[in-house]
Design a protein around this ligand. Sequence first.
Ligand SMILES: Cc1cc2nc3c(=O)[nH]c(=O)nc-3n(C[C@H](O)[C@H](O)[C@H](O)COP(=O)(O)O)c2cc1C
Length: 211
Amino acid sequence: MSPTNPARLHPTRARERTAVIIGSTRPNRICPGIARWVMNALQEGSSLGYELIDLAEINLPFLDEPLKPALAEYGHDHTRAWSELINGYRGFVFVFPQYNWGYPAPLKNALDFLYHEWHDKPATSVTYGTRGGNKGALQIHQVLDGLHMRRLDDHVEIVITDDDVDENWQLKDLEATLRPYLEQVRALDAQMTEALLDTQEQPPAAASGGF
Ligand SMILES: Cc1cc2nc3c(=O)[nH]c(=O)nc-3n(C[C@H](O)[C@H](O)[C@H](O)COP(=O)(O)O)c2cc1C
């Protein structure tokens, strides 16, 4: 996609709120540092407004709603609060590690809690792992398609090897490990900006409530 001229964005929507979701909730996780770096890289020179959402802070229980989320009849305050939060964002960048060739269960749980709130919104992923987390990315992409989100053309896979981490599997030099991916992440911002521009130019698609 070609770079977007921010001036083409509607002035009242000049800083569309876009969430960078921290998808690992473990103690000692490296995800927050990576997600913050990704958010800063996305934000650099962007007309969008990127913000972090930390699933560990949201602290959702395992899905405990009696009705399917597509009905949007929520029985719990935590679901209504999560719904309201996600409704406030126009696009999403999911940052998470690969776990056993998949993606973290709390992230799937957080996605499953809602339905219409994700619908038709642009989304992509930034994964990491010893081979970049490709298998986790493929799995979440299928789920994002199931939620009828609009996946960006590209996603980013960050390779983190034993050389990059200390004995506690913490990044020794986060900036040095992530810097090679700067242009790829910046390209995601260009695609996100273009996707949100498309949203403004087209009437919103009606969410069917089906699958
Ligand atoms: C449950 C679990 C499963 C893992 N599976 C993989 C894997 O499939 N591929 C991989 O490259 N690393 C895997 N790892 C190693 C993670 O990449 C590493 O622990 C990383 O720090 C996880 O990100 P986090 O610290 O933000 O949770 C796994 C780690 C955990 C905790």
